[in-house]
Design a binder for this molecule. Structure first.
Ligand code: V47
Ligand code: SF4
Length: 391
């Protein structure tokens, strides 16, 4: 729908003066304030927020919906920290209940994808006191020796902060070492909620907001791209969410190093916050929409489908999202252990493409840096299978 038509529709449907002013700002590509964002959360109806977020999404990306082909390595779930929402980690004292992969086991995982058209490996896990910077630098070097073209997106700022401090290196020195060893980009994990009022209650002992942002800034300064997440839908309020996004928007103004923002819906099974109810789907869609509207300098918005479930992920594509992550191998346990929809989060490319086409969007396979690998708008999988049989 054209901008003028949308403006007309909203002018009739929206009676609230403040919301009308915000809508005008968005149509004129002006930045909204923190106060505007609170108002959107509090007063914006789902259809209002969806219309505005979708306007921005289509302005930036049209109908394109990106995914990539990746696999995960989770080196360990043993962790020195004890985040209350985490269903995945085991303290070092209980490491016999967890897992620790050896260097060879991790390399064997990489080798198991030989010959497959995978573009990225995502490495993320607990903070193990014995797996140090040198160990992971060696792993990075060995992966690159084996498959130089594989993009390595790895290690949250929480893991890196711990490794750098243990190695007695500054953030800049540590990041340069990892980058030189083969680390290409950083995932967005460990951000949770930056505001100390909440952070102190849910993950008191790990790197704070400034430390997290410092690590991402150092990566950006080396030319690396990174993602950012936010764990929402637990004990935080709207102001905490906006405070979180404001800190990200400010750093992005400075470095332009963030690629993607990923709101992560809090899941409440098997953790110390099981008494906290999960957010509703309506609340989830509002979260995606407000994030798309507020973070005007983030190129991409991602819904992580293993956590949301497939149908809800489809829904997010009308609320600002233009990326639904990858065809993930079933090795990622962080969400299945927290009670996500997907106990076995693997989807073939064909399934992912169909999912996107079902909601009338254009599936595009990307690499980590959003270079187009393949546009699937014209792909007919049945015909492709038939052609293979004939040849
Ligand atoms: O930081 C942990 C979250 C994150 C729970 O950058 C939980 O492409 C919900 O960051 N309920 C790690 N969430 C995963 C992550 C990620 C995932 C996918 C893609 C990318 C990317 C990054 O998982 C943690 C934490 O915020 N998490 N426990 C839970 N119970
Ligand atoms: Fe450790 Fe990460 Fe779990 Fe926190 S969320 S306990 S840092 S694995």
């Amino acid at each position: 729908m054209k901008k003028e038509e949308l403006q007309g529709l909203l002018a009739e449907a929206v009676t609230d003066k403040d919301l009308k002013i915000i809508a005008e700002k968005i149509f004129n590509k002006e930045r909204i304030t923190d106060k505007d964002a609170v108002l959107l959360f509090e007063k914006g109806s789902l259809s209002f927020l969806g219309t505005l977020a979708n306007f921005i999404r289509e302005d930036l990306h049209g109908d394109k919906t990106y995914f990539n082909r990746n696999f995960h390595i989770e080196p360990t779930n043993v962790c020195v920290f004890a985040c209350k929402f985490c269903s995945y980690s085991r303290l070092y004292a209980h490491r016999d209940e967890g897992w620790e992969l050896s260097m060879q086991q991790m390399l064997d995982i990489v080798k198991s994808y030989d010959g497959k058209p995978i573009t990225e490996v995502h490495i993320v896990g607990g903070v193990h006191p014995k797996m140090n910077l040198d160990f992971f630098c060696e792993l990075l070097q060995k992966i690159k020796q084996h498959r130089p073209g594989l993009h390595i997106k790895g290690f949250t700022a929480v893991e890196l902060d711990y490794m750098f401090r243990k190695a007695k290196l500054s953030v800049e020195e540590g990041m340069t070492k990892m980058h030189d060893a083969g680390l290409d980009s950083l995932p967005g994990g460990g951000a949770e909620i930056f505001h100390p009022e909440i952070r102190q209650q849910i993950s008191d002992d790990k790197v704070n907001a400034d430390g997290w942002l410092h690590i991402h800034e150092a990566a950006h300064n080396l030319g690396m791209h990174t993602n950012a997440t936010m764990l929402y839908g637990h004990i935080e309020n709207y102001s905490h969410r906006i405070d979180h996004m404001r800190r990200l928007r400010e750093l992005q103004d400075k470095t332009h190093g963030f690629n993607t923002f990923i709101p992560l819906k809090f899941r409440n099974q098997n953790n110390d916050m099981s008494d906290v109810a999960e957010s509703s789907i309506v609340e989830d869609m509002k979260m995606y929409a407000v994030a798309r509207i507020y973070l005007d300098n983030f190129p991409h918005m991602k819904a992580y489908w293993p956590m949301l479930g497939r149908q809800n992920a489809q829904l997010t594509l009308s609320f600002g999202v233009n990326d639904i992550d990858g065809t993930i191998d079933d090795s990622t346990k962080i969400y299945s252990m927290a009670g996500s929809e997907e106990q076995n989060p693997a989807m073939t490319t064909e399934e992912l493409v169909t999912l996107i086409k079902q909601v009338k969007r254009t599936p595009v396979e990307r690499d980590t840096l959003y270079n187009v690998v393949k546009d699937y708008s014209e792909t007919d999988f049945e015909k492709e299978k038939f052609d293979v049989l004939l040849n």
